[in-house]
Design a protein around this ligand. Structure first.
Ligand code: ASP
Length: 444
């Protein structure tokens, strides 16, 4: 190989290159200028359009389209969300339901893998406008969304719209609505049933939910199970065993139901009381406190979790230095390589944000279970506290971290030689304390 060519390759600056690469999806600003006007027109006409319908006692459900497979067609380049909500619903041929009226509005047409906080922020803000302008004219919201990042979108929305007074139901499908034999019809029918039940006066479930599969879950609990299964979403806090009726009775009596309830609503025929049973804790809509929206999230989470094994201390240190926030995934029952823990604790003492993530939905950390990694429970003198070990779904973990960094306005103080970015101890303590709080019942 000629020498010149080698030099050129060596000097290529990938980071500089990356700065020129544009994201596939329209930015927040573009969405505001190009997509918001037709949504606002939809809101302006809404009152007039549904007045008579509402007076007749029907439930009014707003369906907001964001794309995903649900709205996709086969194109030369592969599946792409090109269909409108209207076209998709027409193809589904849902049975006539005299108790419900659907109001459809396309907000975006994106593959959900392209979505970032920009699009979720836009979605949240449009929902805020909807509630502000026509609160008295609708009962619930259904959002069509690709399944790939549905759990993350639902997590962001749960946090951004904390305490929102109505149900927001995310749904999607594994096959396009316009394909014959699609699961889209069942998914949408279940979502409409959920919207009806969840918005009925005595069973009000004011939650961001995921309804894409047999179990309806809180937005912050949902986990995608696979690409092919119609039962596309499971729950992060899903117990290992199904509960039978007696377990449920006992759990409601002794108050453990809120931990054990596997779903907000179960459409399966499994043992968990079958059919349409709501977990009692979900029914009360004031449990998350007052409506307290916050959407000013201006950058992605930028989190790159690293598992705490099979890494040299040096490579691990280099990784931590480069992270704005280091997410360190523990093993098994929250064990870890002790030398890596030592490096992580030192970084935290010097102002780096370090968060420990439990590896499984049922991980619990009991002091003394294992000696390996036990130092993770050490209190740091500068923070007067331990570092948090959190058990939420990975999607919620990212969303919550990013939400809190923005909400608390945590800014780096500056650059230092060894540590790329460092933070003030008081800010860090505030941040860690909030991470350990259940903001929207996301922690299991
Ligand atoms: N790629 C699709 C999306 O997330 C997959 C789906 O919708 O199931 O948008």
């Amino acid at each position: 190989m000629p020498e010149e060519a080698i030099t050129e390759v060596d000097q290529f600056d990938l980071v500089e290159f990356a700065k020129q690469v544009r994201p596939a999806a329209p930015t927040y600003e573009t969405l505001l200028s190009e997509n918001a006007p037709s949504f606002r027109k939809f809101l302006d006409d809404f009152r007039e359009k549904v007045r008579g319908i509402r007076e007749s006692g029907k439930k009014v459900i707003v369906v907001l389209g964001t794309g995903g497979t649900f709205q996709s067609d086969e194109t030369d380049a592969g599946r792409a969300p090109t269909a409108s909500l209207r076209e998709s619903f027409d193809a589904l041929g849902l049975p006539e339901d005299p108790s419900v009226h659907l109001m459809l509005c396309d907000l975006m047409k994106l593959d959900s893998s392209q979505m970032t906080v920009d699009q979720w922020r836009f979605l949240a803000e449009m929902i805020m406008e909807l509630e502000e302008k026509i609160s008295d004219m609708y009962d619930a919201i259904i959002v069509t969304h690709g399944t790939d990042t549905m759990a993350k979108g639902a997590s962001y929305l749960s946090l951004m719209l904390k305490g929102f007074p109505k149900s927001i139901i995310f749904t999607g499908s594994q096959e396009p609505a316009r394909k014959s034999g699609t699961d889209a019809k069942d998914q949408m029918e279940r979502s409409i049933s959920t919207a009806k039940l969840a918005s009925s006066f005595n069973r009000r479930i004011a939650e961001v939910m995921v309804c894409c599969g047999l179990r309806v879950s809180r937005g912050t609990w949902a986990v995608k199970l696979g690409d092919k299964t119609v039962n596309a979403f499971g729950l992060w806090n899903q117990p290992n065993q199904d509960f039978d009726a007696t377990d449920w009775e006992r759990a409601s009596r002794d108050g453990t139901l809120h931990r054990l309830a596997p779903a907000l609503l179960d459409f399966g025929t499994g043992k968990s009381r079958g059919g349409m049973e709501f977990a009692s804790h979900a029914i009360s809509y004031d449990h998350k406190g007052p409506y307290d929206p916050f959407t000013q999230i201006t950058s992605p989470a930028n989190l790159f979790p690293a598992s705490m094994t099979d890494k040299s201390t040096e490579a691990f240190a280099v990784h931590i230095v480069q992270q704005r926030v280091a997410i360190l995934t523990q093993l098994g029952s929250a064990t870890a390589d002790d030398s890596l823990i030592e490096v992580a604790l030192e970084a935290a003492k010097r102002g780096k944000i370090i968060l420990f993530e439990a590896p499984f939905h049922d991980s619990t950390v009991l002091t003394g279970t294992y000696k390996a990694g036990a130092r993770v429970r050490e209190s740091l003198p500068n923070l007067q506290r331990r570092l948090p070990i959190l058990n939420t779904s990975p999607a919620t973990f990212d969303a919550k971290t990013n939400y809190l960094l923005h909400r608390l306005g945590i800014q780096p103080l500056g650059q230092s030689e060894g540590l790329g970015v460092y933070f003030d101890d008081n800010d860090l303590r505030k941040f860690y304390d909030q991470m350990e709080q259940n903001l929207v019942r996301e922690l299991v």
